[in-house]
Design a protein around this ligand. Structure first.
Ligand SMILES: Nc1ncnc2c1ncn2[C@@H]1O[C@H](COP(=O)(O)OP(=O)(O)OP(=O)(O)O)[C@@H](O)[C@H]1O
Ligand SMILES: [Mg+2]
Length: 260
């Protein structure tokens, strides 16, 4: 297991957003979490990535206890995420968005990040060799994700599906082993959603990733998941292979019934 939680619990005041969740993510697989709005899915991601410290329970990454580490420690350990609502530097180019992700998350020296963000030329960087390496890695990453053609475009000018892809590029810039995708198909049209399915599969292979996915598009989830966890009101009400989940009466009642 690359990721494992033990009785992971998050309470906000009187609300138990996540209730004793036991998640198992085998290395190299695509595992999904589904469930109605407010079920607690994003809160699970927020605990794994250190945004929230769990009220109770533990999180293990490999054999390392990462419970309540801060987001920067989590990134350095090898976990990256995307957000339900796209988070990009809207006025910056595709290339800048990716290279800044490297600077913000992989640098021990904040000064160098500031050099980059303030738009100073790279030869002014206090660490030109590293800057050079970041630039090359960014070029290579954009090439692999088929974003090279748009590398100088301002990110807000991209079509929505491309912005989602750029968000994934930013996550991959930190060279994670485990990638958490929070509703990557949200706002996409049917064609973009369909392309996303093979894109995620390709990512897993090319970057040796394990992927944990939150998604509402059932076609996508059923198509690519090895195993699915279903949450409702903070509880894990079912888990299993896609075919088992589709036939599970509890799931149909909680979720699939209302949607499909
Ligand atoms: N920071 C917070 N403070 C208080 N309550 C919160 C906070 N974050 C989440 N919650 C509550 O926790 C519950 C779970 O929210 P969460 O965002 O994890 O749901 P979700 O399954 O991701 O839903 P969606 O499909 O709508 O994204 C909700 O009742 C939500 O209002
Ligand atoms: Mg959510």
């Amino acid at each position: 297991m690359i990721l494992r939680t033990e009785d992971l619990t998050m309470q906000f005041g009187g609300v138990t957003a996540v209730d004793a969740f036991n998640l198992r993510v085998p290395e190299g697989e695509i595992i999904s979490i589904i469930g109605p709005n407010g079920a607690g899915k994003t809160t699970v991601f927020n605990m794994i990535t250190g945004t929230y410290a769990p009220t109770k329970g533990k999180i293990f990454f490999g054999d390392k206890d990462i419970t309540a580490k801060n987001p920067s420690q989590i990134t350095k350990a090898g976990i990256a995420r995307t957000f339900q609502n796209i988070r990009l530097f809207k006025d910056l180019t595709v290339f800048e968005n990716v290279i800044i992700a490297k600077h913000l998350h992989l640098k021990s020296n904040w000064l160098q990040s500031m050099f980059r963000i303030s738009g100073l030329p790279s030869w002014l960087s206090p660490y030109p060799a590293e800057e050079q390496r970041f630039q090359e890695e960014t070029e290579e990453l954009l090439e692999k994700l088929e974003l090279s053609d748009q590398k100088d475009a301002v990110s807000s000018s991209l079509p929505y599906g491309r912005q989602r892809r750029l968000e994934i590029a930013r996550a991959l810039a930190t060279q994670p082993k485990l990638l958490l995708l929070d509703e990557p198909a949200a706002g996409m049209n049917p064609q973009e959603t369909q392309e996303l399915s093979s894109f995620i599969e390709r990512l897993r292979g090319e970057f040796n990733l394990t992927i944990l996915l939150i998604e509402h598009h059932m076609d996508l989830v059923m198509d690519i998941s090895k195993h699915i966890y279903v949450m409702e009101f903070g509880l894990n009400i079912a888990e299993g292979a896609p075919t088992e989940i589709q036939e599970n009466p509890k799931v149909i009642e909680a979720y699939l019934g209302s949607d499909d």
